[in-house]
Ligand binder design. Structure first.
Ligand code: CA2
Length: 150
């Protein structure tokens, strides 16, 4: 049987993870986060499609692609979460479970980070737990899919 596909999409500047500002974002690189998702996905019997882009339109196109192919979506929209109504609109069209992840606690930082447009389309949000948040989001998606199937 084919495994359900979970898209893990990452927004702008997250390609720099582990190379700058480790005190804020941690020492893990985006490759480390991808390896963690692959490992957790394997354990949960989920296929993972992990991507990062710095371009808003590309991120929106990838979200749209999820309509036909993904059983769930984990998204770290990075800065676009705070600014992009277009990304929120694309997410609102999806019917699969969406979990928004932020490495940092966005409620503990500058006030402009507290609001996330994209989280309005998400079933849940995990923030402040670093790369572990991606693993927890995968676990949550697996449970939501399990519940849906029952
Ligand atoms: O905490 C998160 O995951 C964020 O989505 C990260 C975004 C920020 O705009 C959000 O408010 C919260 C920034 C991503 C930038 O990543 C960097 C990583 C290393 C060095 C510099 C930037």
């Amino acid at each position: 049987m084919t495994r359900p596909l979970i898209a893990v999409l990452n927004g702008p500047n997250l390609n720099l993870l582990g190379t700058r500002e480790p005190a804020l974002y941690g020492a893990a690189t985006l490759d480390d986060v991808e390896a963690l998702c692959a490992e957790v996905g394997e354990a949960l019997d989920l296929a993972i499609d992990f991507r990062q882009t710095n371009l808003e339109g590309e991120l929106i196109s990838w979200v749209q692609e999820c309509r036909d192919r993904a059983a769930g979506l984990i998204i770290n929209p990075a800065g676009y979460g705070h600014t992009s109504i277009a990304l929120m609109d694309a997410l609102l069209i999806l019917e699969c479970p969406i979990i928004e992840v932020h490495l940092t606690n966005i409620h503990r930082r500058e006030p402009f980070r507290r609001h996330s447009f994209t989280s309005e389309a998400a079933q849940g949000m995990i923030c402040g737990l670093g790369a572990r948040g991606y693993a927890l989001a995968l676990q949550a998606i697996a449970e939501l899919l399990q519940e849906e199937a029952e």
